[in-house]
Design a protein around this ligand. Structure first.
Ligand code: PHE
Length: 523
């Protein structure tokens, strides 16, 4: 505003160093003031309210030593000050002088004080010759400090430069003229042409901010994989290394399953505690599934109620309503069951559906009996849901990694061997197996790994040989054995990334930056 007002009254500003800035008593002679003025000029320039000419100056600033002298006193004044007046005391020896003012001041100051005739020699030492002095060096430095130059002229400046008390510094000042949009009030320029402005016609008199084609754009943000996805990718690679082919990743898109596929098909008794509302999220709308494949459903109901295939069954009444309840799947074994049922299609004298065909498409070369069975290695990595009390390591949804191998005459030793290789590839060599219970596997094994940081055995997975009560109603021949196992995805991820709270990994507290910067994982 000061610039605009001055221009209005004087037509032009010849030298911006003559301006007296608001709140200041002196003219804006310093470089700091000129820099502030340049800021204002630039914003007026962008509005084309002014034009300017640039001028360069050379000014001087104090060096560190110069600043010290300006503040205290010159070396020569220091020397003079500590000496006794001629004839009034004991002269100081060179050594005494050095002790009094320091080596540097003593050597520089002594010579200059001599030359100025402030001090002289008496006996073997130094004395004052005059009772008062004017510390010219200090006065000059103070002048340079406040004006950037010396009235005494270039010779005096050159002397101070040679003594390394001042240094040259480039500066700027400006001549300011009225620009094409000159006025005394700064209207905020419009940044957008709006429909309103066109309708009202105000665009005609508005000033618009110029496009800044020099502005750097916002850096483009590429996508980044979440740590869970990186671990998932790494586990997927382990499967592929172990002979699972890409197609053998099971379709797991149905987060909502029926009690039939999640439990009944797996021979989980209908009264099993895991099915109770505490563990399973049931859907209220819709609450019941479409009917499962009729013949298979009947065989499953029968094996539960009264057994078969060499089993006694549970000998408890079968509930169709229980079987048809819709729920959020509590394990991916629901998908494995559906996939195994599809895999057994040929054994039942049916054809593979399109999806199954694509999942188990690989040409499998084994001695085929005429029962239609094809061996398969299937795996999946996807989300499951359980009504758990949430804490630092538990959420109501998490991921399971699940593998299923179906072949003739598989044994528990195959499962154990498989597990050892798999976990070794995950960096876990020290594993143990503990007999456990799953309604759908017999025998069942929990897998424990020794945690080197926690220094104890922790459960890392659950596995087993699927029961005949589950496999035979699907249509598999008796000599086909299937082993399966499941592990969590979150726990190995947390260990890999040193995360102790699950909320750092999943949910709204996840930091995008953390995701972008997290390294790739390698087991
Ligand atoms: N479904 C089991 C679980 O959720 C894992 C499992 C899969 C066990 C397959 C045995 C066979 O823990």
């Amino acid at each position: 505003q000061l610039i605009l007002n001055t221009l209005a009254s004087q037509g032009k500003i010849q030298d911006t160093r003559t301006l007296v800035l608001p709140g200041q008593s002196d003219a804006a002679a310093t470089q700091d003031a000129q820099i502030a003025i340049l800021g204002a000029l630039n914003s007026l320039l962008s509005r084309e309210m002014v034009t300017i000419d640039f001028h360069e100056t050379l000014s001087h600033v104090l060096t560190q030593e110069g600043a010290q002298i300006a503040l205290e006193s010159s070396h020569e004044a220091r020397v003079w000050k500590v000496l006794p007046m001629k004839g009034e005391g004991t002269p100081l020896t060179v050594q005494e002088l050095q002790e009094a003012v320091g080596k540097e001041s003593a050597s520089v100051g002594q010579g200059r004080a001599f030359k100025a005739k402030w001090i002289g020699k008496e006996g073997g030492g130094f004395v004052k010759l005059v009772s008062s002095i004017e510390d010219k060096t200090q006065l000059e430095l103070r002048e340079v400090d406040s004006t950037g130059t010396l009235q005494a002229g270039e010779k005096a400046l050159a002397d101070l430069r040679k003594r390394k008390l001042i240094a040259q510094k480039k500066g700027q000042w400006f001549t300011v003229h009225k620009g094409s949009n000159f006025g005394t009030s700064i209207a905020r320029p419009e940044t957008d042409l709006t429909a309103d402005m066109i309708a009202s016609g105000s665009w005609k008199t508005s000033t618009f901010k110029k496009y800044n084609f020099e502005a750097e754009g916002i850096p483009p943000n590429g996508g980044a994989f979440h740590p869970l996805l990186k671990v998932r990718e790494e586990i997927r690679d382990i499967f592929l290394e172990m002979g699972f082919v890409q197609f053998f990743e099971m379709p797991t898109s149905s987060f909502v399953e029926s009690g039939f596929w999640c439990f009944d098909a797996l021979f989980v008794p209908q009264q099993h505690p895991a099915r109770e509302v505490q563990d399973t999220f049931y859907l209220s709308d819709p609450s019941a599934s479409l009917p499962p494949p009729k013949k298979y459903y009947d065989r499953v109901a029968k094996v539960h109620e009264s057994g078969g295939y060499g089993s006694l069954g549970y000998r408890a009444p079968w509930s169709d309503a229980e079987s048809r309840k819709l729920l959020l799947r509590t394990h991916t074994t629901a998908s494995s069951a559906a996939m195994l049922w599809k895999l057994a299609a040929k054994c039942r004298g049916e054809d593979f559906d399109e999806e199954t065909q694509s999942v188990i498409a690989g040409e499998v070369t084994v001695a085929k009996k005429e029962d239609g069975f094809r061996p398969a290695k299937l795996f999946s990595i996807d989300r499951v849901f359980r009504n758990e009390t949430m804490d630092a390591t538990h959420l109501a949804e998490f991921h399971q990694v699940e593998g299923v191998v179906a072949d003739r005459n598989l044994t528990l030793a195959d499962l154990i061997g498989f597990m050892r290789v798999f976990f070794k590839k995950m960096g876990i060599e020290n594993i143990r197996f503990k007999p456990a219970y799953n309604p759908y596997t017999e025998p069942s094994l929990e897998i424990f790994a020794f945690h080197p940081q926690l220094k104890k055995w922790v459960e890392v997975g659950n596995s087993g040989m699927f029961r005949p009560e589950m496999l035979e109603p699907m249509g598999f021949p008796k000599d086909v054995h299937v082993h399966g196992w499941g592990i969590g995805l979150e726990r190995p991820t947390m260990i890999r990334y040193g995360i102790s709270n699950i909320r750092t990994l999943v949910g709204h507290k996840v930091s995008i930056e953390g995701v972008e910067n997290s390294p790739a994982v390698r087991f």
